[in-house]
Design a protein around this ligand. Structure first.
Ligand code: ATP
Ligand code: MG
Length: 561
């Protein structure tokens, strides 16, 4: 059943199963030993307190891909047990992002729907003497917990009779205590070498309105208590999470051990290394800060590695999945070069999109021997692949070329336009620069050239002479003015702090000149701007007939596969 559900959004075969990793080795063994009498079931459990990013993308690929590989199931579960940091805005964005990536969940669930069951579970453990009510303050609990080298000390309430603790727990639920006045602690081992096992708090009083359950509850479970129960209720077999939870696994197991009657085949937690990406700012908390400060536009700023940002930037789900697959799943640190992500974006786009000629930094060229008022058609190929057809652009006496395609005094090995040098204008004629016009400050305002009428591309003998440079151009008398946003990396490492600092120069706005047809580009349409890279019509800023373009990725890669 899940097989039909977990597939590419376009219905084609699923490509990414994150095949062959240590987690799959564990599952293979479990299947061999018939550890579970139910099918393999995984989940992606985001906390709805921000937008998803590339790290979550990897977790989604891994969980959904694993379910597919083992013909199991995959749940999308909102891990919304903390009432204070969550927001409906994020809930909708998460579903949208998961679908866009090409995944469909079997069940969409809210951890908060299990508050009743969690409460019962806690009652059960208290009644069995496995937990106790404590009125210690947060600071007192912390102080009694000990350190890595020193064992903790027992709470004065540790031996409180179970019935008394149970009564207090009911009173907590009935609102008889204020925030922080009472809590439930698991009775485990105050001298455990693992501090998480030193009688952790599992339930607390919190008078807060929850986005799903409203004011129904004023007691809430702690994450470490809630998560194993969520997994167990759903019948998850393999609860895959990131490495920082490794030290919490004994507690995960303790909770389920104490609920054996309810959950005879408990799920198991398996940790893998978080994906880190160079030259970006990734965690929700830090992205939230950038958004709130107004440093970047929003959660979908195209420089961000949020799924919403990467979608707006023009990255494709196929590229993101291929990237996650290439990164693999490991136990050890996983900092990946941003160039690796760009490599997969480029790979995916190279056969999919058509060319256009766009001049990002225009320099006007007047072709003195071309008749004034004349306009003619030039035919250009749409792509490397001739099967993608041709298109027409106009050519006239005034054109624009890139400023960097002209040098008054050419550098060594510079084969583009300079005085006296002949170059090919792509799809048009050979031209030779004859003159440079400057303003009073000495800035070049335009250049003059002559063309050879016998060299039009596609006509017999057009290439009789050899020229070393071919440059792109746009007809100045028939072009579109388009705003283009080029991007460099969002952040660079700060040597002192070791953290990545936002680069205020990471967006470069250009007033570009483009082939007239780009005026009608639709939001979300992608192109290769000849020699400049891949671009997409921005879905937020573009208006009908007034497209704005985002640079997706440049043409050159420094990444070696
Ligand atoms: P962040 O720390 O970036 O804010 P988070 O871990 O708080 O993220 P959650 O909503 O708690 O985000 O995570 C949902 C799931 O995504 C969890 O299972 C978590 O382990 C996984 N996940 C989060 N970040 C990464 C990452 N960088 N690489 C792989 N998986 C991740
Ligand atoms: Mg979190």
């Amino acid at each position: 059943m899940a097989e039909d559900l977990i597939k590419k959004a376009d219905g084609s075969d699923f490509g990414t199963t994150m095949a062959g990793n240590f987690i799959h080795d564990i599952i293979d063994k479990d299947l061999q030993n018939q550890k579970y009498s139910r099918p393999i079931l995984t989940r992606f459990p985001p906390e709805p307190n921000g937008y998803l990013h590339i790290g979550h993308c990897k977790s989604i690929c891994l969980n959904a891909g694993t379910a597919l590989k083992y013909h199991g199931g995959f749940n999308l579960r909102y891990d919304d047990t903390n009432p204070v940091s969550e927001d409906e805005e994020f809930v909708g964005s998460i579903e949208n992002d998961v679908k866009w990536l090409g995944f469909q969940w079997d069940k969409l669930l809210y951890a908060s729907d299990y508050f009743g069951k969690m409460y019962e579970c806690c009652e059960k453990i208290i009644a069995a003497g496995g937990a106790y009510a404590s009125s210690e303050t947060g600071d007192e609990i912390k102080a009694g917990r000990g350190t890595l080298t020193q064992p903790g000390v027992n709470s004065p309430y540790r031996d409180r009779p179970a019935e008394e603790s149970l009564q207090i727990f009911h009173d907590m639920r009935d609102g008889k205590y204020g925030d922080g006045e009472m809590c439930i602690r698991a009775k485990i081992d105050m001298s455990s070498p693992n501090i998480n096992m030193r009688d952790p708090v599992i339930y607390r009083v919190l008078h807060a309105t929850h986005h799903n359950t409203g004011d129904q509850w004023c007691v809430y479970p702690m994450y470490d208590f809630a998560h194993p129960i969520e997994d167990a209720i759903e019948g998850i077999t393999h609860s895959i999470c990131t490495l920082e939870f490794e030290d919490h696994r004994p507690l995960y197991n303790w909770v389920l051990e104490n609920l054996k009657e309810d959950f005879p085949e408990p799920p198991q937690q398996i940790e893998f290394a978080k994906l880190g990406l160079s030259n970006t700012i990734m965690s929700k908390r830090n992205i939230k800060r950038l958004v709130n400060e107004g440093t970047i536009e929003s959660w979908d700023d195209p420089r961000l590695c949020t799924i919403a940002g990467m979608r707006r930037r023009g990255y494709t789900p196929e590229a993101l999945r291929a990237f996650c697959e290439s990164v693999g799943v490991a136990k050890a640190g996983n900092l990946v070069d941003y160039g690796q992500l760009e490599f997969f974006v480029r790979e995916d786009l190279k056969d999919k999109v058509d060319n256009r000629m766009v001049v990002l930094e225009p320099l006007k060229v007047v072709i003195d021997n071309y008749p004034e008022g004349k306009s003619e058609i030039c035919v250009l190929e749409n792509a490397q692949d001739p099967a993608r057809g041709t298109r027409e652009v106009t050519f006239s006496r005034e054109i624009y070329i890139e400023q960097e395609d002209f040098m008054e005094v050419p550098a060594k090995k510079y084969f583009r336009m300079y005085p006296g040098n002949e170059v090919r204008l792509k799809g048009a004629y050979f031209v030779t620069c004859t003159d440079v016009v400057k303003d009073a400050e000495g800035n070049i305002v335009e250049i003059h050239a002559t063309y050879d009428p016998d060299t039009k591309s596609g006509t017999p003998g057009a290439d009789a002479r050899k020229v070393k440079g071919t440059i792109h151009w746009v007809d100045a008398n028939n072009c579109a003015d388009i705003p283009v946003r080029n991007y460099s990396y969002l952040a660079y490492p700060n040597e002192e702090t070791g953290k990545n600092d936002f680069d205020p120069g990471s967006r470069q706005d250009k007033a570009a000149k483009a082939e007239i047809s780009l005026k009608d580009a639709k939001a979300g349409e992608r192109f290769q701007f000849f020699r400049n890279g891949y671009y997409i019509t921005d879905t937020v800023l573009s208006k009908e007939g007034e497209p704005v373009f985002n640079q997706i990725v440049g043409l050159k890669s420094s990444y070696k596969k």
